[in-house]
Design a protein around this ligand. Sequence first.
Ligand SMILES: Nc1ncnc2c1ncn2[C@@H]1O[C@H](COP(=O)(O)OP(=O)(O)OP(=O)(O)O)[C@@H](O)[C@H]1O
Length: 286
Amino acid sequence: MSQPFIDLRDVTVRFGAADSETSTLALDRTNLRIDTGDFVALVGPSGCGKSTILKLIGGLLSPCSGGVIVDGREVGGPHRTRIGLAFQNPTMLPWLTIRENVMMPLKIVEPFRQDYQAKKKGEYAERADALLAQVGLKGMGDKRPWQLSGGMLQRASLCRALIHEPQLLLLDEPFGALDQFTREELWATMQNLWMTQRPTVLLVTHDLREAAYLATRICVMSARPGRILEERSVDFARPRTVEMSYAPDCSELVQALRLRIAEARSDLASAERTGQAETDSMMETV
Ligand SMILES: Nc1ncnc2c1ncn2[C@@H]1O[C@H](COP(=O)(O)OP(=O)(O)OP(=O)(O)O)[C@@H](O)[C@H]1O
């Protein structure tokens, strides 16, 4: 079997000391493999550990045990892999223009960093403008962040995540704060960017139709401590359209995912009830 681009091996993450009552076991011997160029959507009940997985892969968090391997290397310390990040609420530096914000990774990430001063007014600015045009923000490069709407800012943040041609794109509910129409427009934008650049993508989302529209594979997580319960390949033809996301085969997939997550949530609720019953009976014994 070929080596996956991302390989989480029996990863456990606990927040807080193990003997503390308030500690949280977020992941417990969780495994996840993602191949190069895949677009994987991670879905599951709230609090099951989706963002924790994203942070582990991005090197923003270390596991208590187990291994996080990206591109053949254990994550820990500075990443060799070029990574792009986009989150729900894009943070732009307000004193910079949109173009300068989009170019920011080129200022930080090697090998671009060395040439930044020389190229920022020429080649790099052109690259930023071309990306902005690709997401429908032609001519917006000179604006300041506060002059753009939420949807426009999110588009700009996708450009910033992709300007340095990352091998890996980590997206944490990047469209979650947007209205439905803007969100659906951005799915098309995202799909287009993925089809032209082909980074490996891990998308955390609560929107199952979004997962079905964008992903090549959907991983469903259990309730906390989160593990991958089920994986589904999504083989719909590309480019996908919003209309396709309402077609019967896609709706069936969304419904199946919904039921799986509902089951995971009810497992959690019954575990909590059992735990409470055990605590109550202990209290009665004492
Ligand atoms: N820094 C932290 N300190 C303590 N607990 C944390 C921390 N980060 C996450 N947790 C807890 O770990 C669990 C998993 O959190 P995580 O953010 O990964 O879940 P999620 O699946 O992304 O949730 P959501 O879908 O609601 O965004 C949650 O119970 C959360 O409260």
